[in-house]
Design a protein around this ligand. Structure first.
Ligand SMILES: *[C@@H]1O[C@H](CO)[C@@H](O)[C@H](O)[C@H]1NC(C)=O
Ligand SMILES: *[C@@H]1O[C@H](CO)[C@@H](O)[C@H](O)[C@H]1NC(C)=O
Ligand SMILES: *[C@@H]1O[C@H](CO)[C@@H](O)[C@H](O)[C@H]1NC(C)=O
Ligand SMILES: *[C@@H]1O[C@H](CO)[C@@H](O)[C@H](O)[C@H]1NC(C)=O
Ligand SMILES: *[C@@H]1O[C@H](CO)[C@@H](O)[C@H](O)[C@H]1NC(C)=O
Ligand SMILES: *[C@@H]1O[C@H](CO)[C@@H](O)[C@H](O)[C@H]1NC(C)=O
Ligand SMILES: *[C@@H]1O[C@H](CO)[C@@H](O)[C@H](O)[C@H]1NC(C)=O
Ligand SMILES: *[C@@H]1O[C@H](CO)[C@@H](O)[C@H](O)[C@H]1NC(C)=O
Ligand SMILES: *[C@@H]1O[C@H](CO)[C@@H](O)[C@H](O)[C@H]1NC(C)=O
Length: 898
């Protein structure tokens, strides 16, 4: 028993002495660690007092008492790091991040165990180029946010082939991104963060095929930033987060369909061009996309905004239309495919804005048009273009001059160009075109000088090695310079004359028509009133919105903002005619005394609904033309301005004459007048409902939307809420209920389903107002608000009371009373609760016109003014779509028959 106890005692004693002896044998890293401690300005923060570093906080040693980990991040440490750290040959982790350490970072070359190094967020001043030599186990290095003197990513990094994360944001890194930073050298590199440095040059080819998932190269501060193409993103299929924003990257986005893990894609603030590929739009995992402030072209892409946070602020790109998903006009598509064949150069993307290459207010670089809106001249001379000549030039069927000289174009002249029947001149001189020149019509001038390999059979020719650069060819063909010089002069003339002709067309349209008969169009006066009118390939235009957006941009009629400022006395207070749905209406006077009304949308608050109404109005008014619908003379789209230009209606609104005649010092309207006004309105609405070959619902008929001309002829105005009904009005459309209380049909107010019968109801209310002189809803007596329809029906049912309900200002005689009785019945009928029981507008017109017929208005009304205005509204030379032409020609027929 005693022996056993003794043995245990001896055992414990020897164990203790073993432990003591191990402990007293200090770590071989003690000296280096002491050097570290000494070099820190305030080591007291760490409490490193024990002689043995392996017992220090924040230090982890291995069993063989070598220092493995130093984790002294975020300890408010000052001072420097000593070069002796290099002696810690077992070190795997060195974490000193988020302190105030300064001085140079010591080289850790040769520390082959080192896996993780965190120097970020300090005040280090220098990063040694040999730092990575022999760091064969390195996985993570963070150098972000230090005040390094400029440095380049050193070649020694290639030793760290196990690297997974390289992070040096805001670290004064300069130079180009080295070509070795790719999948070949770093197969495990997943995160490369080099944002906010001074890098320049292009993304290295070596990125293609890399395993990089997180790529931050945003916000380089160098003069040129990162530039060149992003095409290799196509082959970086592991990417999940791409931040390349605030650089000068150019060219189109590539096919991104392979990047199936992509979540976050920010390439904003670059100079990217071309069409946003559907392969990006369709990526399943996408959650954030920022493409704002580029020069992207084509249709605005339609992302699933319910899942993806998208920012591409359309105005900050060169999309043809603002509405996501709507296709561009066909001439735009052709030009874009042509631009594609030369890599979508910035020079085009910067100036090709909007959806109309022939828009005179936004000259498209290199494009000139005739007054019919077809492209006649393409002048891409000396633009430094590379790439090939697109065969799609052949789709510009009105093309007369195709001038491509002085670029670096290669490939052959497409045979298809010979199908251009109007072509007069083809200049491809001073490029790198090769191959046979196709046979053009005899009178086409073809200039092929300065293409060393032109005419040679291309079968033996390898493109890509053009003998002699572009500058060389320029020099040797100086004789040609004059010819190409005169070519561009010609183009200048053509541009000038096209614009001149277009402006002339406007002046004919707005100014001269009125005087044409008097002056026999003697003068095509140039004037500052350059409201430009030109037609556009109209397309099918079935869907209201598609057509609206097309119209709004293409500008069938178009006014420059400056002109409208001039004519409205800079939108002065005195010129205000009224305020209405989303805008103020101003009177304007053109140079020849012709008055117009200009509706200006409240600037700043161009709300989505306001914009929709603006578009709706343009859409409707460019399609429907009728003498009883207020004509749109033009519209103006500017950065922040949305203006509609109407014919001017001097007598103002019906509501003024009906409800405010006393205050305005007007005569009350006689019954005959009221009757003819009702008939005018009915005809306008009838036309809207069906005769326009499409069926529109006005949705906001009321006396303040009925305008009166000099002769008191009435026109329906305010088409902001108009909607197209499918199938010529047989169906209803579901909308947000809009309109004006008091005029809303009950079924529409309840369900939001609108049919043309909604307008019939409102019209019935207007009839009641014409009869009674009372407002649909009288707000003057808020205690006792009576809905006119209810009240009217009650009084109407009783013959005795009814007579008292008639507006006192109407001079009643037997005939008038009979007529009023008829109209009152009609009004009742129009305001049936059941929409199916209400008559159609055709019936309404019939009843009213026979009543008016019986009444034979005393004076004959001159239509002259109106027909002239209609003539003004739409110059004949313009090719609108057939469906909108027919109503127009109807009007013109009546005009000529006068
Ligand atoms: C680190 O190693 C170098 C050379 O191997 C030696 O000169 C230096 O004294 C060592 N530092 C310490 C603190 O032991
Ligand atoms: C870095 O050093 C500068 C002076 O050289 C000093 O103003 C700054 O506060 C320091 N930053 C940190 C994080 O220590
Ligand atoms: C980058 O380095 C340059 C030159 O070494 C220096 O002048 C500049 O202050 C550094 N920039 C930063 C942000 O540290
Ligand atoms: C890689 O490391 C070895 C030593 O480990 C060194 O000799 C070589 O120079 C390093 N390579 C580069 C490119 O720095
Ligand atoms: C990119 O910028 C460099 C200068 O950093 C310039 O030499 C080069 O031409 C540019 N490349 C492109 C494609 O713009
Ligand atoms: C992408 O990879 C394909 C083959 O996988 C190659 O043909 C193409 O040139 C690569 N594109 C880029 C931009 O590297
Ligand atoms: C997109 O970038 C712009 C700056 O160009 C920025 O203001 C905006 O917040 C970004 N949008 C998103 C969704 O990140
Ligand atoms: C020509 O345009 C059509 C679409 O209009 C397009 O599919 C085709 O790729 C284009 N061809 C060229 C050579 O750009
Ligand atoms: C040579 O040109 C013809 C058309 O001119 C083209 O079809 C053919 O592909 C070209 N061959 C080469 C090798 O470029």
């Amino acid at each position: 028993m005693k022996n056993a106890h003794f043995a245990v005692f001896i055992f414990l004693l020897s164990l203790l002495s073993l432990i003591l002896s191990v402990h007293s044998q200090s770590s071989p890293d003690a000296a280096a660690m002491q050097a570290l401690k000494t070099s820190l300005g305030n080591p007291a923060n760490l409490g490193w007092t024990d002689p043995d570093p392996c017992s220090w906080d924040y230090v982890v040693c291995s069993t063989d008492i070598r220092v493995n980990q130093i984790r002294i991040g975020s300890q408010s440490l000052k001072g420097t790091l000593p070069p002796d750290l290099r002696n810690l040959t077992s070190l795997t982790t060195l974490d000193v991040m988020k302190n105030e350490l300064s001085g140079p970072i010591p080289s850790l070359a040769g520390l082959s165990s080192l896996q993780e190094v965190l120097f970020n967020d300090n005040n280090f001043t220098y990063f040694p180029p040999d730092f990575f030599s022999g760091l064969t186990s390195l996985q993570t290095i963070s150098l972000d946010y230090n005040s390094f003197e400029v440095w380049e990513i050193p070649v020694s990094l290639t030793n760290a082939t196990t690297l997974q994360k390289f992070s040096a944001n805001g670290a004064n890194v300069t130079g180009t991104i080295p070509g070795f930073l790719g999948g070949d050298v770093f197969p495990g590199l997943k995160s490369l963060n080099l944002a906010m440095n001074n890098l320049h040059g292009q993304l290295p080819e070596s990125f293609a095929g890399s395993a990089i998932e997180t790529l931050w190269l945003n916000g380089q501060n160098s003069d040129t930033k990162l530039n060149g193409s992003v095409s290799l993103l196509q082959n970086m299929t592991s990417l999940t987060q791409v931040w390349l924003y605030s650089n000068q990257l150019t060219g189109p986005l590539p096919d991104l369909s392979g990047l199936t893990g992509l979540k976050d894609f920010s390439l904003r603030d670059n100079q990217l061009t071309g069409i946003v590929p559907s392969s990006l739009v369709n990526l399943p995992g996408l959650s954030t996309v920022n493409l704002t402030n580029n020069l992207l072209q084509g249709p605005t892409p339609k992302f699933d905004t319910s899942k993806i946070r998208v920012d591409m602020r359309t105005g900050s790109n060169s999309f043809c239309l603002d509405d996501p998903g709507f296709p561009c006009a066909s001439q735009v598509n052709i030009l874009l495919s042509i631009a594609e064949s030369v890599g979508y150069p910035v020079v085009f993307a910067e100036s090709w804005k909007g959806n109309n290459p022939c828009d005179a207010s936004q000259i498209w670089k290199g494009i000139s048009c005739d007054s019919g809106g077809s492209i006649t001249v393409v002048n891409f001379q000396n633009l430094g273009l590379t790439g090939t000549i697109s065969s799609n030039f052949s789709q510009l069927t009105s093309l007369r001059h195709l001038l491509l000289s002085g670029n670096s174009l290669t490939g052959t002249i497409p045979t298809k160009l010979t199908t251009l029947s109007k072509l007069e001149k083809l200049d491809v001189s001073n490029n790198h075109i090769f191959g046979k020149v196709p046979k053009f019509r005899q009178n086409v001038i073809v200039n092929i000088h300065g293409n060393p390999d032109i005419g040679k059979d291309n079968s033996s020719f390898t493109p890509g090695t053009p003998p002699g650069g572009p500058s060389g060819t320029h020099g040797t063909h100086s004789g040609e310079t004059s010819s190409s010089g005169s070519g561009s002069k010609n183009t200048g003339k053509i541009v000038g004359s096209v614009i001149g002709a277009v402006c002339g067309a406007f002046i004919v349209g707005l100014g001269v028509c009125l005087y044409a008969r008097k002056r026999k169009r003697s003068s095509r006066v140039q004037s500052p009133n350059t409201v430009v009118i030109h037609p556009q390939n109209a397309g099918d235009g079935n869907a209201v919105l598609t057509a609206a957006s097309r119209w709004s941009i293409n500008g069938d009629e178009f006014a420059t903002i400056q002109v409208l400022r001039n004519v409205t006395n800079n939108f002065s207070e005195e010129n205000i005619l009224g305020k209405g749905g989303f805008g103020t209406v101003y009177r304007g006077e053109l140079h020849e005394g012709k008055k117009i009304a200009v509706k200006r949308m409240e600037s700043g608050v161009v709300s989505e609904q306001g914009l929709a109404e603006f578009k709706s109005e343009i859409e409707v008014l460019t399609k429907v033309r009728h003498r009883h619908l207020l004509a749109l003379l033009g519209f103006c789209l500017d950065e922040n301005e949305r203006l509609l230009i109407y014919e001017y209606m001097p007598m103002g609104t019906l509501s003024k004459h009906l409800f405010k005649w006393k205050e305005e010092g007007l005569k009350p309207l006689e019954w005959t007048r009221r009757l003819t006004i009702a008939l005018d309105v009915a005809r306008g609405v009838e036309y809207l409902h069906g005769l326009a070959h499409q069926s529109f619902i006005h949705r906001d008929l009321k006396p303040s939307n009925i305008l009166l001309g000099d002769d008191m002829k009435a026109k329906v105005a305010d088409f902001g809420l108009v909607r197209l009904v499918p199938d010529n009005g047989k169906h209803s459309i579901e909308t947000r209920v809009a309109g004006t209380f008091g005029y809303l049909a009950p079924e529409y107010a309840e369900t939001g389903r609108a049919t043309i019968k909604v307008d019939v109801y409102s019209f019935g209310v207007i009839l009641m107002e014409l009869i009674t002189g009372r407002k649909a809803v009288d707000a003057s007596d808020p205690e006792n608000v009576v809905h006119l329809v209810t009240w009217f029906r009650e009084t109407h049912s009783n013959k005795n009371t009814f007579q008292k309900a008639i507006d006192q200002s109407i001079e009643l005689n037997e005939e008038a009373l009979a007529s009023i009785t008829t109209v009152a019945e009609l009004a009742d009928h129009c305001c049936e609760k059941n929409p199916y029981k209400r008559p159609g507008m055709g019936h309404v017109v019939q009843v009213l016109s026979s009543s008016a017929e019986l009444w034979k208005p005393t004076e004959t009304i001159s239509y002259d003014m109106h027909e002239m205005e209609l003539d003004i509204a739409l110059p004949k030379s313009h090719s609108l779509q057939p469906e909108s032409l027919s109503p127009l020609s109807e009007v013109q027929v009546s005009h000529h028959s006068l």
